[in-house]
Design a binder for this molecule. Sequence first.
Ligand code: G3H
Ligand code: 13P
Ligand code: ZN
Length: 350
Amino acid sequence: MDLILACLTDKIKAEFLRFSFYQKGSIPMPLVTTTEMFKKAYAGHYAVGAFNINNMEIVQAVTEAAGELNSPIILQASAGARKYAKPAYLKHLVEAALEEYPNIPMALHLDHGADFETCKDCIDGGFTSVMIDGSQYSFDENVELAKRVADYAHERGVVVEAELGKLAGIEDDVKVAAHEASYTRPEEVEEFVSRTGVDSLAIAIGTSHGAYKFKPEQCTKNEDGVYVPPTLRFDILEEVSRRLPDFPIVLHGASSVLPEYVKIINANGGKLDEAIGIPEDQLRHAASLAVCKINIDSDLRLALTAGVRQHLAQYPAHFDPRQYLTDGRTFVKDAVKHKIQNVLGSENKA
Ligand code: G3H
Ligand code: 13P
Ligand code: ZN
């Protein structure tokens, strides 16, 4: 060991020592970027789940599921999450999860960063990945903004996701009506990536945010009476990946709005009418292609709500949050395990 250390520069020496401490488990492994995760996911034809975190129970549920299934994971926080939970709480919750699961690669990602300042704040605050969402701007404005964020992030070892095309749906304060949504234009992607230097690209191929992704009249019904929405535009995905070989693609708005949770919610006092999501087989197919990151938020919200509603309906006298949130957390954990095993394909890829 002494001989090895004598041959190293101070900087490498410090890294070497840090690494041997991690190995011994005396300090937790740090958050990682998505670079290695995406390389492995691309080559292995699977995707890494990016789960939105808003409170302790969700962080615990997602990371416990990843820990039990030995899966890499991306924990992502939106502006709304940062406003609700406060950045310091989110950061320390994620650090606690790293301590609990030191062998699980975890990235902390800003979801839908609206401007340079929000991205900078997260980069300076320990996030390992940020999304700059300039999708509502013109191509050139989107390029300019994404490049500014990428330059700042890369100098600090942080990676950047940007978006081309526009998804329909609701994210926090931004509501994009279906008629304003637009598919990604494959002919723009090479110029966008080379001018900005971003590390991954979210594209619009028919997914959208929230629990109401399609209207019933847009869908057919299968033999079980479940709505089947129009197929995603895999032709766009394939053309994008032909133009950007080995480049990681991201799918937002990828919840499936699992009917079992909607059923439990509605059977226990809820009222979710005709909520329709993305069929899981289509997500699995996307994961086998160039899609390396699949964003899931609505399904976690539905699972948590289903668990809490069912608990409170079964035990109307309960008023200890630890009782009903335990069920909410278990439902979220089961949903994440289901995604890892049946949709993402990331089990045992940590
Ligand atoms: O893409 C949007 C995510 O579901 C985050 O939603 O902005 O309400 O936290 P939020
Ligand atoms: P869903 O609303 O489909 O879960 O999408 C989440 C998302 O894209 C977060 O960025
Ligand atoms: Zn999104």
